[in-house]
Design a protein around this ligand. Structure first.
Ligand code: UDP
Ligand code: MG
Length: 336
């Protein structure tokens, strides 16, 4: 049944288009985002719903969203009970959207919403996922650009998915890809990797990334590192294998050291009397053990997090959902 909807929607029928916008402390930009996104969607001319996820903002973001929602029935707002992070906010949006085709875009206007028209054209030609590739990253530090490049090269080299270089979460997904993504319940969500992993027909689309419209990045270095380690550890066991290899190499070296010490002791008269060698060996091996214990701890900690099976997020408030027939039906089902 799902397939029939897709086919008719792609072949010139009128698909429903949903757009998910995660917002965290974006009071300075949401009005402008809403205006520009609204204009871009009007241009596209499909039946649209825009879902703004307020990811526990501490500023006026939610108030502004509620105010905008009052004047615009196509707009939906989901407010999470606290800050759950960008990737969870996007997931919440995907779970709430009903479109045949779904777009994800940041609230800060770094990704131009006008590109959705081109993405939809690719989708009509048969793409299930159209991901935007940054041709340029204006307004971002050289360090961020450089580190992002290195990171994606590295993760692709050591993992079994191929995450396209220079992509973010700005993309368009057919319902089949959205459903596949939502069927993956993991907690450490690295959406761009997970989308690459689900398969289907994925097509790149190059665009120029603009600087932030206003406000500051919500990904300071610490969060970037956490995000990077999520990506790495949830897609690869290579770091653990690396531990085994390094352990073997060090053990091999120390074996050579033992042979050398025995040789000196038995066949010469000037054997090592100092503690230097001992010290170095103990410290080196001790350090390595701690590093790898920590690494295993990272994996175990993630297993623990998954094992608790907590919900990904809680919703504090929803607005705009009662107006659509489909949602009204859903909510009666909820009550039954
Ligand atoms: N964001 C979010 N929750 C967070 C951090 C960020 O919903 O905990 C949103 C943020 O409002 C923005 C998007 O995720 O719409 C991307 O964040 P940002 O622009 O700060 O990241 P950058 O573009 O600098 O990588
Ligand atoms: Mg941004």
């Amino acid at each position: 049944m799902q397939n029939r909807v897709e086919v008719s929607a792609r072949e010139g029928g009128s698909p429903n288009f949903s757009v998910v916008v995660p917002c965290f402390n974006e009071e300075e930009v949401v009005r402008e985002t809403h205006k520009r996104l609204g204009a871009a969607l009007a241009e596209i001319g499909l039946a649209c719903e825009v879902i703004y996820i307020d990811d526990g903002s501490a500023d006026k973001t939610l108030d502004i969203l509620m105010e905008l929602q009052n004047d615009d029935p196509s707009m939906r707002v989901v407010a999470l009970s606290r800050n759950f992070g960008h990737q969870v906010a996007v997931t919440a949006g995907l779970e709430h959207c009903t479109g045949d085709v779904v777009g994800i875009i940041d609230a800060d206007l770094q990704d131009p919403p006008e590109i959705f028209a081109e993405m939809l054209a690719e989708w009509r030609k048969g793409a299930d996922v159209v991901y935007a590739v940054r041709a340029e990253r204006a307004g971002e530090t050289a360090f961020k650009t450089w580190s992002a490049k290195r990171f994606y090269r590295f993760i692709n080299a050591i993992s079994d998915v191929d995450i396209p270089l220079d992509t973010g979460d700005f993309r368009l997904m057919d319902r089949c890809a959205v459903d596949a993504l939502l069927a993956m319940p993991e907690r450490d969500r690295f959406i761009r990797g997970m989308v690459a992993w689900v398969g289907f027909k994925q097509v790149p689309l190059s665009y120029q990334r603009a600087p932030r419209f206003a406000g500051e990045t919500k990904y300071p270095l610490k969060r970037m590192l956490r995000f990077a380690s999520d990506g790495l550890l949830s897609f690869s066991l290579v770091p653990m294998r690396f531990a085994i290899l390094t352990g073997s190499a060090v053990a091999g070296l120390s074996f050579l050291g033992i042979l050398y010490a025995l040789f000196m002791r038995i066949f010469t008269s000037d054997w090592v009397t100092g503690w230097t060698m001992l010290f170095i060996a103990v410290l080196f091996i001790g350090g390595l053990q701690l590093i790898f214990l920590g690494l295993i701890g990272e994996y175990v900690g993630r297993v623990y997090g998954e094992a608790k099976r907590r919900p990904l997020y809680f919703v504090k408030r929803r607005a705009g959902f009662e107006k659509s027939g489909r949602d009204a039906a859903d909510s009666t089902a909820d009550h039954a």
